[in-house]
Design a protein around this ligand. Structure first.
Ligand code: NDP
Length: 338
């Protein structure tokens, strides 16, 4: 089964839907595939209070529904389906959906997001949104004057612990090794913070509670002669053991950094391939915020329109004839790629 489209968007988080709104309004007739997690990571966040325009906050799920409605209103063809393969070796680019349908597209906007890494405990899923979170900036506010734990020993974990220490009454930082991996300045801040207690050599064996998390089962010196077990009472359990950008499918064709984030030309959404753009968390190892993702989706859409205009594969209603094929498009010096 084959289909040819002008603009294909993969992913349905804030980046994907914003790209959809802008490309629809520019008459690019975008087709958007929602991917594995329709609505993206925000749908697992309880409430979003830091997205501009929602003075009373909004549930992540509702916000994504609104974004979807907005994209539909302008004519985006929103479809269920997961991109399972691609061939970006030449234009038009080919993306296979659900292993069976092949879409050919003039421009591709990749908004596949990133997934927080989890420990793999069954309790993490059980308490997701009920005490378990992978985003202190998103959910920290709900733990004002409460006790929370953060897992991880890198810069993210230290940053999250410090952020939470500004809100919570106490923060445990659970570190599996006997040292922090974070930069020295972050270590210093964490180690001298009066509200943060660092539990070195400690792993989490499980969580407990009723409807919400009430505590964590910990193991110190796991597997060693002096192994100790203890429980701590916490209201919130934050994972900060890294994120995994959902870029595996495209890595063979698109430049990524050492952690798998798609490289984009600084200040743009351009990848190393002409007509292929990346927006949102799949290309952002730094900010990982919904509003930033939405902004980059907008940038990708505007660039997609410019690209199609430049290459002549796009014509506005009553405008130029389409001539097909991609004009030479060279991203210059490698140092411009972040
Ligand atoms: P990192 O990979 O640097 O750190 C992950 C941490 O999680 C490590 O301490 C690791 O432990 C721990 N961890 C991993 N898996 C498990 C597990 N299964 N159980 C328990 N602990 C686990 O990820 P970050 O997200 O912290 O940082 C990613 C990159 O982004 C880094 O380069 C970092 O410097 C950068 N960054 C920079 C910031 C800044 O400059 N402001 C802010 C945030 C990130 P172990 O050490 O034992 O492997």
């Amino acid at each position: 089964m084959k289909e040819k489209v002008k603009c294909l968007i993969i992913g349905s988080g804030p980046a994907g839907y914003t790209a959809a709104i802008y490309t629809s309004r520019a008459n690019l007739s975008p087709v958007l595939y929602e991917g594995m997690q329709p609505g993206g990571q925000l749908t697992i966040t309880t409430e979003v209070e830091n997205f501009p325009g929602y003075p009373d906050g909004v549930s992540g799920f509702d916000m994504m529904e609104e974004l979807k409605k907005q994209a539909l209103r302008f004519g985006t063809d929103v479809r269920n389906g997961v991109a399972t393969a691609c061939d970006l070796s030449k234009t038009p680019y080919k993306v296979t959906i659900d292993g069976k349908k092949e879409i050919e597209t003039d421009v591709l906007i990749i908004c596949t997001g990133a997934a927080a890494k989890f420990l793999g405990l069954p309790d993490e899923q059980k308490y997701m949104g009920r005490g378990v979170s992978a985003c202190a900036t998103c959910d920290g506010f709900f733990y004002r004057k409460k006790v929370v734990a953060v897992v991880g020993g890198g810069d993210s974990a230290c940053e999250e612990a410090l952020y939470l220490a500004g809100l919570a009454s106490k923060v445990y930082l659970i570190v599996r090794k006997n040292y922090l991996r974070a930069s020295q300045i972050m270590q210093d801040r964490v180690l001298c913070h009066p509200k943060i207690e660092v539990l070195f050599n400690t792993n989490t064996a499980g969580l407990f509670g009723g409807e919400f998390v009430e505590g964590a089962h910990l193991i110190r010196f796991k597997g060693e002669a002096n192994e100790e077990r203890r429980d701590i009472a916490v209201d919130g359990f934050f994972l900060a053991i890294g994120h995994q950008p959902n870029s595996d499918l495209f890595k063979h064709f698109i430049d990524t950094d050492e952690n798998g984030y798609i490289k984009t030309l600084w200040g743009t959404a351009k990848t190393n391939l002409p007509g292929v753009f990346a927006a949102g968390d799949v290309a952002d190892s730094n900010y990982r915020q919904a509003v930033v993702a939405a902004g980059s989706g907008c940038i990708a859409a505007i660039e997609a329109e410019k690209y199609l205009n430049t290459t002549g594969t796009y014509r506005r209603a009553g405008g130029l004839e389409a001539v097909g094929g991609a004009a030479p498009f060279i991203i210059g010096a490698a140092h411009l790629i972040k």
